[in-house]
Design a protein around this ligand. Structure first.
Ligand code: NAP
Ligand code: G4F
Length: 351
């Protein structure tokens, strides 16, 4: 009998999906992923998994065309793959853009989750289900936020994630499904999308150093976020799925920093002290409602999942900045090079 576990990942082309695919392949899983059809291929973060190495083809992933808005396709895929574990990471995940596209965001984030849960229920396959819930669901609820903190979403994305969270809980309690919510606080990496603030900053600084760009254009610098390192966060997802009982967990570092602090530290690491001259504030990037302060209490995950973050703020910035510098063909000033133990100088292939 085939003992290999099969996992199905929606959002496999994204930051977390690609790291989760790496992680599960290393654990010996057969990994299936949902990809959207587009006129140009969008597989940069998976290139290292689909390339072959001379005579030794590397263990690959199996990709399936589909979309979270297409319920019938989801049903057929669940039936065909017969997965042991489903990780629902697919989303219109940009909070600012969700104010411009609230209907589409809700279709994908809330209804997409419901369609996937229904697809699983109707096939009757006893798969485990992970929902990518978010600290954005807390909105401006008092910090630190834990599993007990009431949600108070401040964006269409947050509202839709609360609905998806509740659908997941309802399928667990109503249909006895092994369904968990990972309430993850912000997590970043060299594979982070270029229009999220951390990556926008590190990539822009690398381009300024390389002489390709004059300014970074940003919005609100005062918001505070609890920023962790994405590869560590996908391990927490997997750990939730290995528990005896399904439950919901906050995953966070417990530290919070403002966007301004991120910016200052990144410029400092790049050896630029008069950084204000490279900054422009544009109201285009201000949101109709802002989440001011996120900081997570991950005590439950520490106790029950034995999960703890290792990479903290300074090291995270260093990992991302050195990767973007490598990508732009430059190196960071010497004084910042001993800042990080985990920073290995870039992930060119996986940008
Ligand atoms: P990401 O990089 O933006 O990736 C999103 C993924 O969803 C991409 O693979 C995207 O495919 C896919 N997708 C978008 N619309 C889809 C649709 N209609 N049907 C199927 N797939 C679709 O996001 P991420 O940072 O990896 O985050 C992963 C998940 O965790 C998301 O659900 C996000 O909301 C949630 N989350 C993220 C964080 C964080 O800090 N990163 C924190 C909490 C929760 P394309 O490549 O084709 O666009
Ligand atoms: O990097 P951001 O876009 O992340 P945000 O809004 O916190 O959302 C991310 O984390 C959530 C978890 O809480 C995820 F669920 C979600 O999918 C996503 O991954 O913005 C962070 C902060 C905000 O306060 C924003 O107003 O940075 C501020 N900001 C300032 N200038 C900017 C910019 N954000 C972006 N994206 N671009 C700017 O130019």
């Amino acid at each position: 009998m085939d003992k290999k576990k099969r996992a199905f990942i929606t959002g496999i082309t994204g930051q977390d999906g690609s790291y989760l695919a790496d992680f599960l392949l290393d654990k010996g899983y057969e990994v299936h992923g949902l990809v959207r059809r587009s006129s140009t291929l969008n597989r940069e973060r998976l290139e290292h998994l689909t390339q072959t190495d001379g005579e030794n083809p590397r263990q690959g992933i199996i990709l399936h065309y589909g979309d979270l808005t297409d319920a019938s396709m989801l049903g057929r895929l669940i039936e065909k793959i017969n997965p042991h574990e489903v990780y629902n990471l697919g989303a219109q995940s940009h909070v600012g853009i969700s104010f411009e596209m609230p209907v589409y965001t809700t279709e994908v984030v809330a209804m997409g989750t419901l369609k996937l849960l229904e697809a699983i229920r109707s096939t009757g396959i006893p798969t485990r289900f992970y929902q990518a819930s978010s600290s954005e669901m807390f909105g401006n609820a008092p910090a630190p936020q834990s599993e007990e903190t009431p949600f108070d979403p401040a964006s269409p994305y947050g509202v839709a994630k609360v609905a998806a969270y509740n659908f997941t809980k309802n399928y667990r309690e109503g249909h006895g499904m092994f369904a968990v919510n990972g309430i993850l606080f912000n997590h970043e990496s060299p594979r982070r999308g270029e229009n999220f603030v951390t990556r926008k900053i590190t990539l822009s600084i690398a381009q300024i150093l390389a002489g390709k760009k004059q300014k970074i254009v940003l919005g609100n610098l005062d918001a505070c976020r609890d920023w962790g390192y994405a590869p560590e966060y996908v391990e927490a997802m997997w750990r939730m799925m290995q528990q005896d009982q399904p439950d919901d967990y906050v995953i966070a570092t417990g530290e919070t920093h403002s966007v301004r602090e991120f910016l200052e530290n990144a410029f400092h690491m790049a050896g630029i002290s008069d950084w204000q001259q490279f900054l422009e504030i544009d109201s285009r990037y201000h949101r109709p409602r802002e989440v001011h302060l996120l900081v997570g209490d991950a005590a439950k995950a520490k106790k029950e999942l034995r999960w703890e973050p290792k990479v903290k703020f300074q090291e995270l910035i260093h990992i991302m900045l050195s990767s973007d510098c490598t990508r732009e063909g430059i190196s960071l000033p010497l004084h910042s090079q001993n800042l990080s133990v985990a920073a290995t100088g870039g992930e060119k292939i996986n940008q």
